[in-house]
Design a protein around this ligand. Structure first.
Ligand code: ADP
Ligand code: MG
Ligand code: MG
Length: 901
């Protein structure tokens, strides 16, 4: 018989933390906590494989599951001394979803299951608290009707609001037992009216109804959307956890809460969390009442007059503190926990590695290395390289004085400006039009996920630091302010009322997720500090990685930015960008439109000093680091005027008759310019262009060396080579100019000549091309275009359809196609190095900044990756992780160098 059910409780468990793939995260960690001897209400986990069978098999469950669940329940009855579905001590249970990856709030949970008209009476007797028993029953009806029977929970809220209004109560906790009993009868009536069937009294029916509903919730729209956004495979399925209830709503000595072992926003080493007295389950995150701080320090910091858990329940607090410490040491990572205190007794209901902002992730990783909990290499591996983008987010310039129109909790750091929208749909629509918006809501729910994703920032007027909006925004790296109580959203009139102002949809506001402030209009921002924890982690990453990281930079500004981000050279300088600026375009056009070599040379003579000055500056900034310069690459027509107006203007400026001018334009026309007269083909038709560029490079190298005392070794890159003879020809021009400049200046010039590998033929003939090349740089943008025969500029039209229809998994222009393009890179690298073992290999396409592509580059043994300046830190970290994971795969070869503390 296949084992579908794994039990836990009473200091023992059949599963463990490593069983996440089978038991889901919640189940695996409940099991782990139980075996650690922590106070965990007993229960069992139905494995996630059942979910797949349920969905494939027409919602049928395996036959022998019934038996295993029954014996699981029987075990819980023994451990709790209670009975499921009967008095005098009824066992109530929760049915909880829990997948392999955390999907907060995406799937369903039912609490207090096992209550009916009889067991509720028994619960009154047994607990001695009738108010509690009826409160639990109404909660159960509401949740069950929502999750299992498909009745919107809002219709129940309406009844409750109506009763509260009638009775003059403000909070749920003020209702008496009789009043709750009345609410229960109205709830049951509502179910019957709406669904023509009574609320199920049979607790077995309740149990299987809830289990089925939790499995079904795996396929609900918001769960599917979430998986799509987070790349979680649909076939993982969710496990179902069945667990004995413990009650935080048993009066003033009971409570429920959520906590992180460290601050998930800043990473500060301080217990961080919120709790509510006399409340159950999701009351804390739902924002029904404002939660209280767990520690006294946090209470003081927030200026709240509501007592902390530390003061109110000192014993439970001390026990909880010890458990936090134990869990963190055990898991060697920051934990996010749920707990409940039932009449003074603490129960642990969940633990997992806590989500955190990138800033917090870095601080926690660095602190944990210093505490001796993890190694520097582990710290490096704990940061998601792509998430570094968050850090490069701007913050509000603190010197700017602006009136604050509201303030709330700093739920997710970074600042953002945008137009106000009030719904997820509006946010998505605005984003599609290229507008930047701030999503403003009372609170968010999982249905808003797509809108949150489309927004620059999120502002809610309700909810705490652990509210849905806060958790999701931190995960997405979007700035967020929650609980801005001084502001009010009036949806009926479509306005946001702030301090001293009333704003409408479309008005611009700025939120500061680091301070919680809300400001009117757009506010100037400053760039973040890149030292401290960031600097330390980068240092460790640099010590661990094998490949060097260069940047693609065409301008001095790019080069300076890249060096600040730690670039170790330029992997691609596109010279054509230098020809577009100001006056230069005119000279360039003159050169292109010249009728003969003499005409071209006279224009090139004017371009030479400009280009030489550009290179001198670039070389000076790079101060001795390697700089790869690509000779002119694009089809010439890119430089020419296109509209009639422009043509008239340019012809006049050049003093050329219009008809002649148009004739020259026609002559330059190409049907498919990207596969046309470009790359090395230009240098072969017009060697004087390559000559001028080579001269500019060499003269600049001499000049920069004189200025800085740090000579660069220029690497001259010939683009779009497919034949060795092409490279030979252009190389001949370069070498001749080098000799001339050396003779003129009396200096010995050191330089490398190489080529871009961006055509399949070049990759296949790499062993021959390497005879004439000292380096290869993989131009993966063009190589992807030419391997697939897909034009990158036109791919957008069908790439979405391809991905939606499952024809292709990832856009090959974003993430390298390992199987095809990758195979060509592998072949070229191998064949090239067969000919020339010291051949330098690098990548300079967009992919050079993509972490999974970087991992591939490590694998193939490239010497460096080159990416845009802002991605340099990402590439440094990704390269380190690639080296470390490579070393893990081959335990005999240790990575180049691993920094020990
Ligand atoms: P989610 O994944 O959405 O957090 P959970 O399964 O963790 O859903 O449960 C929702 C809420 O109910 C949480 O606050 C949790 O602590 C609480 N809860 C779940 N099971 C129990 C239980 N057996 N006793 C008391 N509270 C519970
Ligand atoms: Mg939970
Ligand atoms: Mg190219």
């Amino acid at each position: 018989m296949k084992k579908w059910v794994y039990t836990f409780g009473n200091g023992a468990a059949e599963g463990r933390a490593g069983d996440v793939a089978i038991l889901g995260g919640k189940g695996a960690h409940l099991a782990e906590m139980a075996s650690l001897g922590l106070p965990v209400p007993p229960g069992f986990t139905i494995i996630s494989e059942v979910c797949g069978r349920y969905h494939q098999g027409g919602r049928q469950l395996p036959n022998d599951l019934k038996l295993q669940v029954s014996s699981g329940i029987a075990g819980m009855e023994v451990m709790t001394g209670r009975k499921f579905g009967a008095g005098p001590r009824p066992l109530l249970i929760s049915i909880r979803s829990g997948a392999r990856a955390s999907m907060p709030g995406m799937m369903d949970t039912v609490l207090n299951l096992g209550l009916n008209d009889e067991t509720v009476q028994a619960l009154c007797e047994d607990s001695g608290d009738a108010r509690f028993a009826w409160d639990s029953y109404r909660r159960f009806i509401q949740m069950y009707a929502d999750v299992v029977m498909g009745l919107d929970h809002e219709v129940f809220e309406e009844i409750l609001e109506d009763e509260k209004g009638r009775l003059g109560h403000e909070y749920d906790t003020e209702l008496s037992a009789d009043e709750w009993q009345h609410v229960v009868s109205r709830y049951k009536q509502l179910v019957e009216d709406e669904l023509d069937e009574p609320f199920p009294q049979d607790t077995e029916v309740q149990l299987w109804g809830a289990i089925g509903a939790v499995f079904s919730s795996w396929m609900n729209t918001r769960a599917v959307t979430y998986r799509h956004l987070h790349n979680i495979p649909g076939d993982w399925g969710t496990a179902v956890n069945v667990q004995a209830m413990v009650f935080g709503n048993l009066g003033s000595t009971s409570a429920t809460g959520v906590a992180f072992t460290r601050n998930p926003s800043t990473g500060e080493k301080e217990l961080y969390g919120e709790f509510l007295v006399n409340a159950q389950g999701e009351d804390v995150v739902a924002g029904i009442r404002t939660p209280q701080s767990i520690t006294e320090a946090a209470r003081l910091a927030s200026g709240s007059d509501k007592p902390s858990m530390e003061k109110l329940m000192p014993e439970a607090f001390q026990e909880f503190l010890a458990i936090c410490k134990q869990l963190e040491t055990h898991y060697r990572d920051m934990q996010d926990m749920e707990f409940t205190i039932e009449r003074g007794q603490l129960w642990m209901l969940q633990t997992r590695c806590g989500k955190r902002t990138t800033r917090a992730a870095m601080k926690i990783a660095v602190d944990m290395v210093e505490e001796g909990l993890i190694t520097a290499d582990e710290a490096v591996c704990r940061i998601d390289p792509s998430s570094l983008d968050q850090l490069l987010h701007p913050t509000i310039d603190s010197s700017i004085e602006r009136p604050i129109i509201g303030s709330g909790l700093p739920a997710s750091p970074g600042a953002a400006s945008g137009e106000i929208v009030f719904s997820a749909e509006e946010a998505v629509a605005a984003k599609a039009e290229g507008r930047r918006v701030i999503l403003v809501r009372m609170e968010t729910s999982p249905e808003d996920i797509h809108g949150m994703h489309a927004a620059e920032g999120i502002l809610t007027t309700r909810g705490g630091m652990t509210s849905h909006a806060a958790v999701v925004a931190r995960g997405m790296g979007i700035p967020c302010v929650t609980g801005a109580g001084s502001m009010r959203v009036d949806l009926r009139n479509g306005v946001l009322i702030g301090i001293g102002c009333m704003l409408r949809k479309g008005d611009v506001i700025t939120i500061d997720g680091s301070s919680g402030r809300v400001l009117r209009g757009e506010v100037p921002m400053t760039q973040p500090e890149l030292s401290g924890d960031f600097g330390k982690l980068m240092e460790w990453a640099d010590g661990a990685r094998r490949m060097t990281v260069r940047t693609n930079a065409d301008t001095p500004a790019d080069a300076r930015a890249a060096r600040a981000f730690g670039a170790e050279g330029i992997g691609l300088c596109r010279t054509e960008h230098m020809f577009f600026e100001g006056e230069r375009i005119h000279v360039m056009r003159e050169m292109i439109l010249a009728e003969d070599e003499a005409g071209r040379r006279s224009a090139l003579d004017q371009l030479l000093p400009m280009q030489r000055e550009d290179f001198t500056e670039l070389f000076s900034i790079m101060h001795g680091m390697p700089v790869t310069i690509r000779l002119l690459d694009p089809p010439l027509h890119e430089f020419l005027p296109k509209t009639d107006g422009e043509i008239v203007e340019v012809a006049a400026a050049m003093g050329m008759p219009q008809t002649l001018f148009r004739q020259r334009l026609d002559a330059l026309h190409e049907f498919n310019p990207m596969l046309g007269h470009r790359g090395c083909r230009l240098a072969i038709s017009y060697p004087e262009i390559a000559e001028m560029q080579a001269r500019a490079i060499f003269e600049a190298a001499v000049e920069a060396a004189r200025r800085t005392g740090a000579p660069v070794v220029p690497e001259i890159m010939v683009p779009l080579v497919s034949l060795r003879s092409e490279l030979d020809y252009v190389r001949g021009v370069i070498d001749r100019v080098a000799a001339e400049v050396a003779a003129e200046t009396g200096m010995t010039l050191e330089y490398l000549t190489g080529t871009m590998i961006e055509l399949p033929r070049a990759a296949l003939r790499a062993h021959v091309i390497a005879e004439a090349a000292e380096f290869f740089s993989f131009g993966t943008n063009d190589l992807t275009q030419t391997t697939f025969g897909i034009s990158r500029d036109d791919a957008a039209r069908f790439m979405n359809t391809y991905q939606r229809k499952g024809i292709i998994e990832r856009d090959p222009f974003v993430s390298l196609d390992f199987d095809g393009v990758g195979e060509l890179i592998r072949i070229a690298a191998e064949r090239g190095r067969q000919t020339r073992s010291e051949l330098k290999l690098g990548i300079c396409g967009e992919h050079g900044g993509d972490p999974t592509s970087i991992d591939f580059c490590e694998n193939v043994g490239l010497d460096y990756v080159s990416c845009s300046p802002f991605r340099v830190p990402i590439a440094r970290l990704a390269a380190a992780q690639a080296t470390l994971s490579q070393a893990e795969k081959q335990p005999n070869t240790s990575p180049k160098k691993v920094v020990a503390l």
